[in-house]
Ligand binder design. Structure first.
Ligand SMILES: *Cc1c(COP(=O)(O)O)cnc(C)c1O
Length: 238
């Protein structure tokens, strides 16, 4: 078994190499370690390697992990599908939500964010390839939605997130990331963010298989699971 610490070093080196290649400042790209379906021990190994940002998709699993890792100063990112009846728990537990895909969900998270916590950082998920059955806002609807959600005081609208369509053709994914970049730039230009209380600075895209393409198109958070923790069918630790 290859240690997680080594996998993290390799992933960071990939990020840095892509940053240099595509003229991005290394410091503007952060690594989100996607720990879904992996054990507490695996997460602790990543913590020992300096990771503080973890992504989870399943609420019950995340609740337990967050509870049991309370002694560490971590940032928890919810990246899974959101059912309306789960928003309270998400608002209670997480620092970031990348997968906000409906105005109704944003409003519930805003209303339910506990007053003792700072505003919840969110990204709006975009269904960039207009896939049937995939969550996310349609690209053509995003601008009016941004204005509406940016007005919610208990949220910090930080940017956009996407999961491009599965494709064996690399240029399809590059193309999806490029359209996300254009949309992100349009969104940045659509609001006077300087005088807004929020920094609209986050483009969450790129996973184990394609983070270089995402960085080429401006990703500021890459979400990496498999290449850090191993396959989710055969967890690296018990
Ligand atoms: C599981 C998941 C990831 C990580 O994918 P890998 O291919 O394992 O790196 C990233 N983003 C989201 C939204 C996920 O659900």
């Amino acid at each position: 078994m290859i240690p997680i610490e080594h996998n993290i070093a390799v992933t960071r080196a990939r990020i840095n190499r892509a940053a240099d290649l595509y003229d991005r400042k290394r410091s503007t790209i952060s690594l989100l370690a996607v720990s879904k379906k992996h054990s507490l021990d695996a997460i602790k190994e990543a913590i020992a390697a300096g990771v503080i940002d973890f992504g989870e998709n399943y609420l019950q699993e995340a609740e337990q992990k967050i509870q049991q890792l309370r002694e560490f100063s971590l940032r928890w990112h919810y990246i899974g599908g959101i059912q309306s009846n789960k928003t309270q728990a998400i608002a209670d537990l997480f620092d970031w939500v990348h997968s906000v895909d409906r105005v109704k969900v944003a409003k519930r998270l805003n209303d339910q964010r506990p007053p003792t916590l700072p505003p919840l950082n969110i990204c709006l998920q975009v269904n960039i390839d207009n896939e049937q059955g995939k969550s996310g806002f349609a690209p053509e609807n995003i601008l009016p939605v941004i204005a509406e959600i940016n007005a919610l005081p208990r949220l910090q609208l930080r940017g956009l997130m996407a999961i491009p369509a599965q494709s064996d053709n690399e240029s399809d994914r590059q193309n999806s990331f490029a359209r996300m970049r254009t949309l992100f730039e349009l969104a940045q230009a659509s609001i006077d963010w300087q005088s807004s209380r929020t920094l609209f600075d986050t483009l969450s895209m790129g996973m184990s298989a394609d983070l270089e393409f995402a960085i080429a198109e401006g990703a500021t958070i890459v979400r990496v699971g498999t290449d850090i923790f191993g396959s989710r069918d055969e967890p690296t630790s018990k």
